[in-house]
Design a protein around this ligand. Structure first.
Ligand code: ASP
Ligand code: MG
Length: 423
């Protein structure tokens, strides 16, 4: 059996959904678990909606209508029979959403976020499963929240491997024996109290890898709008090149530093069971894409990973004491408490610098807490450039018209925190 993952871009409109059906007809001749993300930019919209709900903004209804219209127009294109049960199904999800929005917020922001944002994947999978069934591709819709079990770290659920594996064996695998295709959600999970959690933005790849791990799948294919893993993000760089093969090791390094083509958590479960991962183009499904697999020899091609909208924090003990083990352990505890991930760090005698995502919801409470013992300075927005297998020429080229705030080199990797030069 195999696991396929289709991201938001691959299901962003009716044409795209039809293309998914065509890919499955050509490439799913064995039992296949199809993991799907929310359609297009739905997750971003639902994030906006969550903020509007928590802050009691006036645009709640507007956002809700945008979401309804968007999904409604895809439904119209895919289901000419207006009596099709799917119309009712989707209406019910929106009713559920409305109920959530009508209640007073009573839990943490992150808790509400997960209950609301997760519905993007519920909507997309219901639509896709129904369309595939109509299109002759018999499949079963599965609610993954009853299978992938997490703790209650909202927005970043930690997966309970033992429990989830048992549920996969008892609930998911039996479905695969009768029906060859299962359509289910990426990105979301459930807690023991039956609340929904999410696994972190772009987490559908991780879901696909987990399901492959639990089912001992033969392979995972992530279908993308790029030909495979490229040496740089085409959003920022011209003349990108596709990498044909990567080792798990290279892939984890690239994604850890922010190559957004695969979610960083995806590699570990696959490496642990030696399951190959293909990253292929849904626009050119006959092409081989990139293969990520076990192997010794690393990739020596230069790769660039560019992260925008970062913040550089500079943390200094108020009493002028050194940045030593004790201070550091206090600082790290706070980063972990607020779930803020460090992308790069550097210390001097009395200052510790950290580059991380400029996510105000997380950073503000962190800074407040840090300020009890430290003076905190920050610089935002800044950019983080990571170059794997670097050389001087590329460094000079990429740092043109930029001020380099901090820089770090290891044998293979160079990282620079930069700001646009304003002169
Ligand atoms: N829909 C979620 C997101 O946009 C998960 C994913 O796409 O993998 O972050
Ligand atoms: Mg997505």
């Amino acid at each position: 059996m195999q696991v396929f993952k289709f991201g938001g871009a691959s299901v962003k409109d009716a044409e795209a959904v039809k293309n998914v059906s065509s890919i499955l007809k050509h490439h799913a001749s064995e039992a296949t678990v199809v993991v799907v993300s929310a359609m297009g930019k739905t997750t971003n919209k639902l994030e906006e909606l969550t903020k509007a709900y928590i802050n009691k903004q006036e645009n709640i209804e507007l956002l809700l209508n945008e979401l309804k219209d968007y999904h409604g127009s895809i439904l119209n294109d895919l289901f000419p029979n207006k009596q099709d049960a799917i119309y009712n199904d989707i209406e019910n999800v929106f009713v559920e959403l409305l109920w959530i929005l009508e209640e007073e917020p009573s839990f943490s922001y992150n808790h509400h976020y997960d209950q609301i944002v997760s519905l993007g994947e519920i909507l997309s999978t219901k639509i896709i499963s129904a369309y595939l069934n109509n299109d002759g591709l018999k499949n079963k819709w599965l609610d993954i929240r009853g299978i992938i079990q997490t703790d209650n770290s909202y927005r970043e659920g930690n997966v309970d491997y033992v429990l989830s594996e048992t549920l996969v064996k008892t609930q998911l695998l039996p479905l695969l024996q009768n029906r060859e295709v299962i359509v289910t959600q990426g990105f979301i999970g459930g807690t023991s109290e039956n609340y929904t959690t999410t696994l972190g933005r772009e987490g559908s790849d991780y879901t696909a890898a987990l399901l492959a791990y639990f089912t001992d799948a033969r392979q995972v294919v992530i279908w993308k709008d790029v030909p495979g893993v490229l040496n740089a993000d085409p959003k920022y760089f011209k003349n990108t090149k596709k990498i044909d093969e990567l080792t798990y090791h290279d892939a984890i390094e690239l994604t850890y530093f922010g190559a957004s083509v695969i979610h960083p958590k995806t590699i570990k479960p696959l490496q642990n069971k030696n399951i190959p991962l293909y990253v292929r183009s849904f626009l050119k499904p006959e092409e081989p894409g990139t293969l990520v697999k076990d192997g010794e020899k690393g990739n020596t091609a230069t790769s660039y990973i560019f992260k925008e909208d970062q913040i550089l924090l500079s943390i200094q003990p108020k009493d002028f004491s050194f940045i030593a083990e004790e201070n550091l352990s206090g600082i790290f505890n706070l980063f972990s408490k607020y779930n803020v991930h460090i992308h790069m760090m550097q210390n001097s005698a009395i200052s510790f610098s950290v580059c991380t995502d400029n996510d105000i919801q997380k950073i503000e409470p962190l800074i407040n807490d840090l300020q009890q013992h430290f003076k905190v300075l920050y610089n935002a927005p800044v950019q983080l450039m990571t170059i794997r297998n670097y050389d001087q020429e590329t460094i000079s080229k990429l740092s043109q018209h930029k001020v380099i705030l901090i820089e770090q080199r290891s044998r293979n990797t160079l990282q620079m925190v930069m700001k646009e030069d304003s002169f």
